[in-house]
Design a protein. Structure first.
Length: 704
């Protein structure tokens, strides 16, 4: 065949289709065209008794090529009609599976008459994570093979299942011990020999029993609660069609739903994030295969909430950890919090008891810095205070073995100064985990001025190894995320001073899809933490010369209102439930009087959204211009993976393009006029100004 990525061979009377499209054999237009040619040849090749479909490389087809979905006239129908030809073949068609059989890959496999897989194969329908539904007959075939409840579960969650579970469920016919291709050919010969009618998934009956009706009703109700994820409802409708309509009608309906979803803003945003997360792992100027250092053991200084959470990440993947604390009491407390976390997971059935013990056995406490001497990587996770961290870094510089990496978990401090304190700045990198560190996906990997390339590469790979999404940031106050948070919180406080109440601000921001409004978030993370950062910056002369800047957080801290932990902050608390607190109104009214800020009654939700989000976006664009973030997509990953920004909006940079950069610029100008701009709060960044003037998009911007 002319197309190399799909080859057809006839070996001893068995047709063989080999797909080779690294890295994951995604169904690009070329693969689909190649498959069509291969099936043409097989159909004409009367000497072939059966057909085997096999993929070279690390996996069977992992799905449709996601990049292709941007093509304006993309259509799933040509691929679907190819699947129908395989399904309708009178001669047996066998799929041999390995790796990750996902989306269009599983649809391809399900159109075959017999499926066998290597034992470590994983299968799934992850389209929903891209805001899509399976678009090539998957919604029609899967319920026929496994029944509606499991089909809905797999398609609505996008979770993967093991080959063993797929066998039990009826997706697979056999598990191959090894050499799936040889066993696939043997199966094809066996089936051809038997000369029985082939088993077509399209002709199986879907059970319409009580369990089916209940699963559909529950899924419909759940989908209705999430209108920002239209794929959920579409999946349920397509599965209902599988139950009620002939295969071809269900297929047509599925194709129509796919077309609509593909063009939806949610799917565009989720597809953008899919690629942004993977692109973020690339470091300009460094090769992807570049040298890295070996990390077989990790030390952590500080067994508080952060240190303990960070330690869990490493233990989860089998890396032994030494946790160092100053006192026996703090160490015991830290380790028992970790144990409680693991046991809570075990109670929910997410972890076995043995696994809890195995992970705990990888965590060793110590009161002696000397026990860090043999670690390949040491993360300092002590209190966010420059002098404390500097002191710890200096000690680590002395104690850590030659070649060991020293990582600081600072969230705001100058990584270059901490690196200098170690006396070996090339070994130092920032690894900023987000709380709770065992849960949150983001790690900002902070590249210091003197961080060695192999240290940066190691930190990025290690973060991926522990299941995190790493993003590189340059050194500046707050790195990417917390720096952008600064104007957002600033405006939250000004709005409080002008007369908005915490619940109005939070509701407005949550209506945008943010997981948590800024007042609730500040109460959760600790008003004291926020106030100390502001006070530290004040001492360092880093604040704008504005006497009213961040006065609310400082006042609340002075009053001992530290947030949820003291049962009072921006709200008062009944357990963990925030309740409006009239005292906050009085505190803000007094502060407004003190600072000559007029109170208003006309603050609308739209103003809240614009005043919090547009300066945040402006700061993000400024960060790009300064080279602190490499790409707009990196910023989107930071906000969606670390700050509860709604993934269906694609992140602040993606959202900025939806709003329009000139609209953002004009709105900043409007607030500059309305609020005054003595401190430059509303000044559009140079880059925003120029992109807005020329009608360009920030998502398409790259640094020259
Ligand atoms: C679909 O199938 C719709 C159908 O129903 C209808 C249409 C036919 N397309 O994640 P990794 C790239 S929707 C294009 O770093 P891992 C990825 O960008 C699709 N590219 O590796 C990366 O490129 P680069 C349903 C893809 O080992 C490289 O492969 N399928 C695709 O950690 C390695 O990826 C999915 O949603 C793709 N489909 O994980 C599966 N998949 O190196 C999505 C991967 O240049 N993919 N790439 O940055 C995954 O879940 C993971 O990539 C996978 C491997 C588990 C496969």
């Amino acid at each position: 065949m002319s197309l190399n990525i799909v080859r057809y061979e006839n070996g001893n009377g068995i047709g063989l289709v080999l797909i080779s499209n690294p890295p994951v054999n995604a169904l690009s237009a070329e693969v689909v065209a190649g498959l069509r040619k291969a099936v043409d040849i097989f159909e004409a090749d009367t000497s072939a008794k059966a057909l085997v479909l096999h993929c070279e490389g690390r996996t069977f087809v992992a799905g449709g090529d996601i990049a292709n979905f941007e093509t304006p006239n993309f259509d799933t129908r040509p691929f679907s009609s190819l699947l129908s030809r395989l399904d309708e073949s009178p001669r047996p068609v066998v799929a041999t599976l390995h790796g990750t059989v996902l989306g269009g890959g599983l649809e391809l496999a399900m159109s075959c008459h017999h499926r066998l897989a290597l034992p470590d194969t994983r299968l799934g329908m992850p389209e929903v994570k891209l805001g899509l539904l399976p678009g090539s007959q998957g919604t029609q075939r899967l319920p026929r093979l496994v029944g509606v409840p499991l089909a809905l579960d797999l398609m609505l969650t996008g979770r993967f299942i093991s080959a063993q579970d797929a066998l039990a469920a009826g997706i697979l016919d056999e598990i191959a011990s090894d050499d799936s291709l040889a066993l696939g050919i043997a199966a094809a010969e066996r089936l051809a020999e038997a000369n029985l009618p082939v088993r077509r998934s399209s002709t199986l009956n879907v059970s319409a029993d009580a369990a089916t009706r209940q699963a559909l009703a529950e899924a419909t109700a759940r989908a209705a609660k999430k209108p920002n994820y239209p794929a959920l409802g579409a999946i349920v409708r397509a599965v209902e069609a599988a139950v009620n309509l002939p295969f071809s009608d269900g297929e047509e309906m599925e194709a129509r739903e796919f077309d609509q979803l593909r063009l939806s803003s949610t799917s565009r945003a989720l597809r953008h994030l899919f690629f942004a997360e993977r692109t973020a792992a690339r470091i300009p100027g460094l090769s992807r295969e570049g040298a890295a250092r070996e990390v077989h053991s990790v030390g952590i200084v500080g067994a508080g909430t952060m240190g303990g959470g960070i330690a869990m990440n490493f233990a989860n993947v089998g890396i032994p950890v030494v946790l160092v604390e100053a006192t026996d009491e703090a160490l015991k407390r830290g380790l028992s919090v970790v144990r409680n976390n693991y046991e809570a997971s075990a109670a929910k059935g997410k972890l076995s008891k043995e696994e809890v013990e195995k992970r705990m056995s990888l965590l060793n406490g110590s009161l002696d810095y000397g026990s860090l001497a043999s670690c390949d990587l040491v993360v300092e996770a002590v209190f966010e205070d420059f002098y404390i961290k500097k002191d710890v870094c200096a000690r680590l510089g002395q104690i850590c073995k030659k070649g060991a990496i020293i990582a600081t978990n600072t969230s705001t401090l100058d990584v270059d100064l901490l690196a200098e304190a170690t006396g070996r700045p090339a070994d130092v990198v920032g690894m900023h985990f987000f709380s709770p560190a065992n849960v949150m996906r983001l790690v900002e990997v902070v590249r210091g001025a003197r961080t060695a390339p192999d240290v940066l590469t190691t930190a990025m790979r290690l973060a991926r190894r522990i299941g995190k999404v790493p993003v590189v940031s340059g050194v500046c106050y707050g790195f990417i995320g917390n720096r952008m948070l600064d104007p957002y919180i600033r405006e939250m406080e000004f709005l409080l001073l002008e007369g908005a109440e915490p619940q109005q601000i939070d509701n407005a921001i949550e209506s945008l899809g943010m997981a948590m409004g800024p007042c609730r978030m500040s109460d959760l993370s600790g008003v004291d933490i926020g106030a100390k950062v502001v006070n530290g910056r004040l001492e360092a002369g880093e604040l704008p010369p504005d006497p009213s800047y961040r006065v609310v957080v400082r006042k609340l801290f002075a009053l001992g209102r530290c947030g949820q932990k003291t049962k009072a902050g921006y709200y008062r608390y009944d357990g963990r439930t925030p309740l409006p607190d009239p005292k906050i109104v009085d505190i803000c009214a007094d502060l407004a009087r003190e600072h000559g800020i007029a109170r208003r009654r006309d603050i609308k939700d739209q103003e809240i959204i614009e005043r919090l989000m547009y300066p945040l976006i402006n700061e993000g664009i400024q960060i790009l211009d300064e080279g602190i973030a490499y790409r707009p997509g990196d910023i989107d990953v930071v906000w969606t993976a670390g700050y509860g920004f709604p993934d269906y909006r694609g992140g602040p940079m993606f959202m900025a393009d939806q709003i329009g950069l000139s609209e953002i610029k004009n709105t900043l100008d409007h607030y500059a006029r309305m609020r005054g701009n003595q401190f430059g709060y509303w000044t559009a960044s140079r880059l925003l100004e120029s992109l807005a003037a020329t009608g360009q998009r920030i998502s398409a911007w790259t640094k020259q």
